[in-house]
Ligand binder design. Structure first.
Ligand code: CUA
Length: 394
C-alpha cells in the first residue's frame, strides 16, 4: 500500500478533478432544490436561503462523495465467486482519522459563524418597525396592531368618528387574523400563546418562532414582494392544529395600504344597517377566531373542530325546548359551556365577558347572520326585527 507521501502526480490530478466534480454536483443540488420553495417574500428570506444553499453545496458534496466511494468499493472490492478467504485485516490510520475529524470541524465552525451572522442580522431591530402582537389560540392566530389615526384623508366625517377610538399617541387599533402591511415596512412580531404552545410559521417570509404560554417571543421580517401569504401553526396543538391558519397581506406600497385601511375603517365605523349583512361582514373579517374551528359554507370555512354552522339556523330553533334560535345562539356564543353539541367538548375560548373582546352589537349581528343560515334562507329568528327595535329604544 502506498503512503500518502508517495502519491503520484496523476493521482493528485484525479483527486483534484474528483473534488471539482463533487463540488459541481453539490452546487447543482443547491441550485435545483430551492426551486421547490415558496417565493422569497422578505429580505430575511434571501439571507436564510443563501445560508441554506451554502449548506446544500457542502451537503451535496459529502453526499456525492460517500455515494461514489460506496459504489466504487462495491465494484472494486467485491468477493470473486471462488474467493472464500477473509478480508485483509485493517487497523486504525491516525493520519486519516485526524484528517476526517479536522475537516468537518472546520466546516461546522464556518457554518456556525455564517448562521450566527444571519441570525443576528435578521433579529436586529430595524428603523420604523410596525409592531404586531400575535396571539396564538386553539385554533386561530390573532394579530393586534396600531395604524396611524390620521391616515384617513378626504373623509372628514370618518376622521371625526375615528377620533374617539384613538389611543393617546393618535393610533387606531386593529384586531384580526389577517395582517396587512406593505413592501419595505419592517414588521416586528411579539408572539404569545393563550392555552398551549404553538409555532408561528410564515414559509414565504422564512420565519418560524415558537409561541409560548407565559413568555413573549419575537421575530422580524421586512416584506419585499406584494401578495397574500399563508401563516401556519408548526407545533401540534390539538385537533384543529392543521386548520390553525391566518394570512399576511403585503400591499404594493404605503398608498395601497392606506387605500385598504380607509375601506376597512369605513366598514368598522359605518357598518351595514342590515344586521344580517353586518354579521356576515364581522364574521368574514375574522375579528373573532370562529373560522379556526367551525365550518360554514356561506363564508367558505371548512374547519371541523367545533360544530358545523352550515344550516345552523334550522337546528338552533329546536335545540333547547323553550328557547328560540335567537336566545340559544346568544347563550351558546356568550357561554359556550352551557350547551354542548353532542360529540364536541367544551373547548371554545372565551370571546365574551372577561377575557373576551366581543361587543354586544357584534354579538347581535353575528347571531342575526347565523339565524339566516337555513335551508330556505329564511331567518330562524323572526323576532330579530323586534329585538333591533327594542335595542334601538334602550
Ligand atoms: Cu397551534 Cu398547532
Amino acid at each position: 500500500m502506498k503512503s500518502s507521501s508517495s502519491l503520484g502526480a496523476s493521482t493528485i490530478i484525479v483527486i483534484i478533478l474528483a473534488g471539482v466534480a463533487l463540488l459541481a454536483g453539490g452546487w447543482l443540488i443547491a441550485q435545483t432544490t430551492p426551486s421547490l420553495f415558496p417565493p422569497q417574500a422578505s429580505a430575511e428570506a434571501q439571507q436564510v436561503d443563501a445560508l441554506f444553499q451554502f449548506m446544500l453545496v457542502l451537503g451535496g458534496f459529502v453526499f456525492l462523495l460517500v455515494q461514489a466511494l460506496l459504489v466504487y468499493s462495491i465494484v472494486r472490492f467485491r468477493a470473486r465467486p471462488d474467493d472464500m478467504t477473509d478480508g485483509t485485516p485493517m487497523h486504525g490510520n491516525t493520519t486519516l482519522e485526524i484528517v476526517w475529524t479536522a475537516i468537518p470541524a472546520v466546516v461546522v465552525f464556518v457554518i456556525a459563524v455564517y448562521s450566527y451572522q444571519v441570525w443576528v442580522s435578521t433579529r436586529a431591530p430595524k428603523d420604523d418597525e410596525m409592531v404586531v402582537h400575535v396571539q396564538g389560540q386553539r385554533f386561530n392566530w390573532a394579530f393586534t396592531y396600531s395604524v396611524p389615526g390620521d391616515l384617513v384623508p378626504g373623509d372628514a366625517q370618518l376622521s371625526t368618528a375615528i377620533q374617539e377610538d384613538l389611543t393617546d399617541d393618535n393610533q387606531f387599533t386593529i384586531t384580526s387574523n389577517e395582517l396587512h402591511t406593505y413592501v419595505g415596512r419592517p414588521v416586528k412580531m411579539e408572539i404569545n400563546a393563550d392555552d398551549v404552545n404553538h409555532a408561528f410559521w410564515v414559509p414565504s417570509m422564512r420565519i418560524k418562532q415558537d409561541a409560548l404560554v407565559g413568555r413573549t417571543t419575537e421575530v422580524r421580517f421586512t416584506p419585499t414582494l406584494a401578495d397574500t401569504y399563508p401563516v401556519v401553526c408548526a407545533e401540534l396543538c390539538g385537533a384543529g392544529h392543521g386548520a390553525m391558519a391566518a394570512i399576511i397581506v403585503v400591499h404594493e406600497n404605503e398608498e395601497a395600504f392606506q387605500t385598504w385601511l380607509n375601506g376597512e375603517l369605513q366598514t368598522v365605523f359605518y357598518p351595514p344597517e342590515d344586521p344580517v349583512a353586518r354579521g356576515e361582514q364581522v364574521l368574514a373579517s375574522n375579528t373573532y377566531p370562529c373560522s379556526g374551528c367551525h365550518a360554514l359554507e356561506a363564508l367558505g370555512w371548512t374547519a371541523q373542530v367545533g360544530p358545523n354552522l352550515t344550516g345552523v339556523g334550522d337546528r338552533a330553533q329546536r335545540r333547547v325546548p323553550g328557547q328560540s334560535a335567537w336566545q340559544y345562539m346568544h347563550e351558546s356564543i356568550q357561554y359556550p359551556g352551557n350547551y354542548l353539541v353532542p360529540g364536541y367538548g367544551n373547548v371554545m375560548p372565551a370571546i365574551w365577558g372577561p377575557g373576551g373582546t366581543m361587543s354586544p352589537e357584534d354579538l347581535d349581528a353575528i347571531v342575526s347572520f347565523l339565524c339566516a343560515q337555513t335551508a330556505t334562507g329564511e331567518s330562524a329568528c323572526p323576532e330579530v326585527g323586534a329585538q333591533e327595535t327594542a335595542m334601538a329604544g334602550e
